[in-house]
Ligand binder design. Structure first.
Ligand code: MG
Length: 267
């Protein structure tokens, strides 16, 4: 299946390239939706992706074992994101690229309902280990309510612990995860946070400019690989929004226009 998708994606990219003459190719960088698809292919094909994921989860285990518990008396929780942290959605982005479409909630729900997402390398064993040592796992995700049943089923498929409604905190009112983390922290000591997007770790990254996000990463560099375990995702993320600023593309048709405008700053 994945080989077929790869061939189809490459054919799509080739066809798009052939349709443009040389000058057009010079003027127009075709970045969307092929760019997320290229990231998706990397996620599926590159052994380096698997190595980085295992590296992240190896650090997670080292950090978990080294946790110095606060004398709060609260039980321990590990808080994790879902997409590109424990579940791999790369087939969805390749499918969208072939359809010449960007992300949309309706196509996304069609994808999650299939319960076909693979697990991220290293994720099932780490969370099973953490649960075996007494930690409660909470899934704080910006999947939507329509994804709920399929998400629980997909997590259960790989034996992820606490895969139930009580421990799944979906997007309801805001994409910021701050309030959901605070809700967990009221009853638990959060030992580790895992995610592929900086908003999975702190509200400081919510709706902030590119430079602010970079500076905060510099200031907190000692936390990465310790309390904050970061997974690779080159398909999408809030870095795009902070780059686009107010020019966020509203549809596929203006994606390339916006991106080409922004890319001129780098030529
Ligand atoms: Mg994610």
């Amino acid at each position: 299946m994945r080989k077929t998708l790869l061939l189809l994606a490459m054919t799509t990219i080739s066809v798009l390239s052939c349709k443009m003459n040389t000058q057009q190719q010079k003027d127009q960088l075709q970045l969307m939706p092929e760019a997320p698809a290229w990231g998706a292919l990397w996620q599926q094909r590159a052994a380096e992706y698997r190595a980085l994921s295992f590296q992240a989860y190896n650090f997670a285990r080292l950090s978990f074992d080294a946790l110095e518990r606060k004398p709060s008396g609260k039980p321990l929780a590990v808080v994790t994101d879902i997409d590109e942290t424990v579940l791999d959605n790369s087939p969805y982005y390749i499918h969208q690229a072939i359809a010449k479409a960007n992300y949309s909630d309706s196509t996304w729900v069609q994808w999650t309902k299939q319960v076909r997402a693979d697990s991220v390398p290293g994720a099932p064993s780490f969370f099973k280990y953490a649960a075996s040592k007494g930690a409660t796992v909470y899934y704080v995700t910006n999947r939507i309510l329509q994804d709920k049943a399929a998400t629980i089923e997909n997590l259960k498929k790989f034996g992820f612990p606490n895969a139930d409604e009580e421990h799944l905190l979906l997007l309801e009112t805001t994409s910021s995860k701050v309030a959901r983390r605070e809700k967990i922290a009221a009853s638990y000591e959060i030992g580790l946070l895992l995610g592929d997007n900086l908003g999975d770790f702190s509200g400081l990254f919510d709706n902030h400019a590119e430079q602010d996000r970079k500076e905060w990463v510099e200031e907190n560099r000692s936390q990465f690989g310790k309390k904050f375990i970061v997974l690779p995702n080159v398909m999408y993320g809030n870095w795009e929004d902070s780059w686009y600023g107010k020019q966020t593309p509203k549809s596929f048709t203006d994606s390339n226009t916006v991106l080409n405008g922004l890319m001129k700053n780098y030529k």
